[in-house]
Design a protein around this ligand. Structure first.
Ligand code: NAP
Length: 482
């Protein structure tokens, strides 16, 4: 089977912050891969903008190194052709320096135009204002913005108001790269493209759902930023919430941006407030090889959480009585992100006690590898009675799709969606605000109680209280990295 690459229309992508970490690690290598696959048509341009003085040759060298670091040494022909698309303009978004040079490079709106705001959110307002002042945008121009989308409801509303003062919501692409993952979209395909799952996708048949995003790295070089944020703001409010929405939402009438986003919004609005005793916050401590979270962030008294586990309920007809257990943390045993849909046991056991009790489980793995596995119960082979065992029905892409399993990185897909003008996988303003409206009271509760996170060992499964949170209900976390 050969995957079809459908070229996008010719475009001009202007990356503000085109020399930053995100551009270097994700955006530029992602664009190169799309170019090599023939998806970027000739006549398209990728223009980086940042304050540093650099000539085009210097920027092309920077991009070649970025690609080599991310993807390995590129073919000389391919990198030479890709370099022809590149340009660089020194601009300070906070002053008027460099804008007329950029305007000269963009004399017409013939190409689809998108500005990637790969800079801190404090720069969004002056940047948006100057783009208009220099007549660089038309009603078809798109902007791409990165998290954080605020740090609470008020600041998210301010940020949305700032963006909407200059652009229509239909022009704003808020990236959550989790939504660009192949498997996340496959979750929708599995749910809504098969008759098999959707009839069972409710509290009558599903015992509980676990959503885990575990990282083995600590906060490292991002300590100062992370310490003002914590796992709740950095991961739960956006990534985990989006995964929860896609797992729990009703089938939209069409696979169309607002239809999908309307259904996701309904899930966030149906989330019940979380009881304080249904949340465990943690902070990593050292082991013989590592430093503690507090050493990493250089604050010996920090009470920011690097881990969170929580039990949530979606208050609607479909999910009444089925808990969603979420957990995420840094410096855990392994890098492992997955959604586990654990089905109820059969209502009556015909095989007797020696057969054991078994749950079917649908495991949707997002990283390190992407894939979907359904665990089914079969007879243990051999003589000696009816013993049952669980075996995986592996729907991993590598197995089924061969070479086509080399799926694009989330950024590659999402940037191409921006050019296509498809907002399905981008968060809408009301989704972001509803997510903050749910998380704010939780964070305010910790602050009011001077809550201190529980310590957990580096490279462990997290705090023991998190185990108790689920074990109290007679359930168990799926093993991290298992
Ligand atoms: P970064 O490494 O600090 O890079 C910032 C970029 O912005 C640099 O190219 C910098 O170049 C440029 N810049 C700063 N001030 C500017 C100004 N006044 N005018 C024009 N350009 C300016 O940041 P980053 O990690 O790439 O992150 C960029 C954005 O993405 C941030 O909002 C961040 O929160 C978000 N994000 C990043 C990641 C990630 O993995 N890095 C992940 C998720 C979200 P000069 O100094 O030369 O101007």
């Amino acid at each position: 089977m050969v995957s079809r690459i459908i070229p996008v229309e010719t475009f001009d992508l202007i990356i503000f912050g085109g020399t930053g970490d995100l551009a270097r690690r994700k955006i530029l290598p992602g664009l190169f891969k799309r170019f090599c696959d023939g998806q970027i048509p000739p006549g398209s341009r990728i223009i980086a903008a940042a304050r540093s003085e650099m000539d085009l040759g210097g920027f092309q060298e920077f991009v070649t190194e970025a690609i080599a670091d991310a993807l390995g040494l590129p073919e000389p022909d391919q990198i030479a052709d890709f370099a022809d698309l590149l340009d660089y303009v020194p601009i300070d978004a906070l002053s008027d320096q460099g804008w007329s040079e950029l305007a000269e490079k963009l004399p017409s709106f013939d190409n689809t135009r998108a500005f990637y705001f790969s800079v801190g959110p404090s720069i969004f307002e002056p940047l948006a204002e100057r783009l208009h002042r220099h007549s660089l945008v038309d009603p078809n121009t798109r902007i791409v913005v990165e998290k954080p989308f605020g740090r609470d409801l008020d600041s998210a509303r301010d940020l949305n108001a700032t963006l909407r003062a200059h652009f229509d919501e239909g022009q704003i692409y808020r990236i959550d790269h989790y939504l660009g993952k192949e498997t996340v979209q496959n979750l929708m395909a599995v749910r809504f493209g098969n008759m098999l799952f959707e009839p069972l996708w409710n509290s009558q048949y599903i015992d509980h759902i676990q959503i885990s995003v575990a990282e083995d790295v600590g906060v490292g070089g991002r300590g100062a930023y992370y310490d003002k944020s914590g796992a709740m703001r950095d991961m739960v409010q956006n990534h985990l919430m989006q995964l929860l929405c896609l797992t729990a939402m009703e089938p939209p009438s069409f696979f169309e941006p607002d239809a999908v986003r309307d259904e996701k919004l309904k899930v966030i609005r149906a989330l019940a407030p979380v009881e304080p005793h249904h949340i465990v916050r943690g902070q990593y401590t050292d082991n013989s090889e590592t430093v503690t979270y507090r050493q990493d962030v250089e604050d010996p008294r920090s009470t920011t959480e690097s881990y969170i586990a929580m039990k949530c309920h979606v208050n609607n007809w479909r999910w009444a009585g089925t808990p969603f257990y979420l957990r995420t943390g840094k410096r855990l045993k392994a890098r492992d992100s997955e959604i586990n849909v654990v089905f109820k046991r059969t209502p009556h056991l015909i095989f007797g006690p020696e057969a054991g009790e078994h749950n079917n489980e649908l495991r949707i793995q997002l990283q390190p590898d992407e894939g979907i596995t359904l665990r089914v119960t079969i007879k243990e082979p051999g003589p000696g009675g009816m013993r049952l065992m669980d075996v995986p029905l592996d729907m991993s892409f590598a197995e089924a799709l061969g070479d086509d399993a080399d799926t694009p990185d989330a950024y590659e897909r999402l940037i191409m969606d921006v050019i296509r003008g498809n907002q399905t996988l981008f968060m809408r303003d009301d989704e972001v605000e509803a997510a903050w409206a749910w998380t704010d009271p939780i964070i305010e509760g910790w602050e009011a109680r001077n809550d201190v996170p529980k310590p957990y060992d580096s490279y462990s499964n997290g705090p023991t209280d998190a185990d108790l949170l689920i074990e109290r209900d007679g359930r168990y976390w799926r093993g991290i990295g298992a």
